[in-house]
Write a protein that binds this ligand. Structure first.
Ligand SMILES: Cc1cc2nc3c(=O)[nH]c(=O)nc-3n(C[C@H](O)[C@H](O)[C@H](O)COP(=O)(O)OP(=O)(O)OC[C@H]3O[C@@H](n4cnc5c(N)ncnc54)[C@H](O)[C@@H]3O)c2cc1C
Length: 331
């Protein structure tokens, strides 16, 4: 029997498949090759009919099978019901590896599953590989980002969560149709300990902006004050960029937490990331070092950010940014 890598296909509130699923599916295919061509399959827990509706999207992700538990009980996310459904399916199919997006939902669900199955979970991974013994080697920062630890799990399934944008989705489409396998879940003895009473969407423009921006211009302590961040915003507006920030800039009150990039902020992969007055601490770079091109502006020629930058400008950002704004650069 082929080994299986199972990926949790999170359904968003708008009934879309979360993009992190496609990123994980792409990475999983690479892992599957090292696992003697294991199958990459999806676990979908949703309202009725979603697996059939999205069959084509799954085809494009190269998935072989979609295990789906569907019905009224799964119309909105519920910790107890979703965990029960996931555990039932996993106990039946016994995958080698289970990958889940480190989204709010994934972070709630993954520990429940690992506890119920008495298996290990490596959370918020930044790298996944298969080692020479065929085990999942899950890498994540540890000791406050001072070290990168590669963690192995002794039991099955080997579980890991990965934040959105750490991996890229596949660029090509696959033509192999996925098989939908329906699973009946008996929830009779499952208490519903948490009830969703109301959902309020957080209306913060920076959230979506950073996620989808092709250009991000980010500021750190070196941008010093509100005037410094206003310069960033002015430049960003001109070139159609979103504004990001280091944690220090957030702590200084110059930016909101939604704008923070890094280990305890967002992972971003824009086409261009411009770091202004940011030193390049690992906890920051871990969230942006997969950007296609990086430009650093820093007054200290020895700042670590220059080690990962494609282009560097050594100088005072308060002098350089007005000059860049004054050039004819635009969207
Ligand atoms: C558990 C943990 C999690 C963390 N998570 C995150 C995270 O998610 N994101 C994050 O960013 N950090 C995070 N940090 C903090 C991180 O370790 C660094 O402290 C932080 O990234 C430094 O921010 P900075 O680069 O803005 O400030 P600094 O390190 O102080 O760097 C400021 C830079 O600005 C330059 N500069 C000064 N004046 C100018 C000027 N006029 N023009 C141009 N350059 C100038 C300086 O040369 C310097 O390089 C975390 C830390 C811990 C322990």
């Amino acid at each position: 029997m082929a080994k299986e890598i199972l990926i949790y296909a999170e359904v968003t509130r708008d009934n879309y498949i979360h993009t992190v699923f496609f990123e994980l599916a792409n990475k999983a295919r690479e892992l599957a090759e090292k696992l003697e061509n294991a199958e990459v399959n999806a676990l979908l827990i949703s309202k009725r009919g979603l697996a059939a509706d999205y069959r084509e999207a799954f085809v494009n992700s190269g998935i072989t099978k979609i295990y789906t538990a569907e019905g009224e009980n799964f119309e909105t996310y519920n910790t107890d019901y979703f965990a029960k459904a996931a555990v039932d399916v996993i106990q039946e199919i016994k995958p080698e590896i289970l990958l889940i997006g480190a989204t709010n939902q994934g972070r709630d669900l993954a520990p429940r599953i690992s506890t119920a199955l008495h298996t290990g979970l490596t959370a918020d991974c930044t790298g996944l590989d298969i080692n020479e013994k065929g085990q999942l080697a899950a890498t994540r920062p540890t000791f406050g980002g001072q070290l990168m630890a590669t963690i192995l799990c002794k039991n099955l399934p080997q579980m890991a969560t990965v934040r959105p944008k750490v991996f890229k989705p596949a660029e090509q489409n696959f033509v192999k149709p996925a098989e939908i396998i329906y699973k009946e879940i008996n929830l009779e003895n499952t208490p519903k300990n948490v009830e969703l009473l109301e959902f309020q969407r957080k209306l913060t423009s920076e959230i979506n902006e950073l996620d989808s921006a092709e250009i991000i211009i980010a500021g750190g302590r070196g941008m010093k004050n509100e005037a410094g961040f206003n310069l960033l915003k002015e430049f960003a507006d001109k070139i159609g960029a979103a504004v990001g920030a280091s944690r220090v800039a957030v702590e200084m009150g110059l930016a909101s937490h939604e704008m923070q990039v890094g280990q305890t902020g967002k992972t971003v992969t824009p086409k261009l990331y411009i770091a202004c007055g940011i030193s390049g601490a690992i906890q920051h770079t871990i969230g942006m070092d997969k950007s296609e091109k990086i430009i650093a502006i820093n007054s200290d020629a020895n700042a670590p950010i220059f080690e990962i930058a494609d282009y560097g400008i050594v100088g005072d950002a308060f002098e350089i940014l007005p000059k860049l704004i004054a050039t004819g650069l635009s969207k």
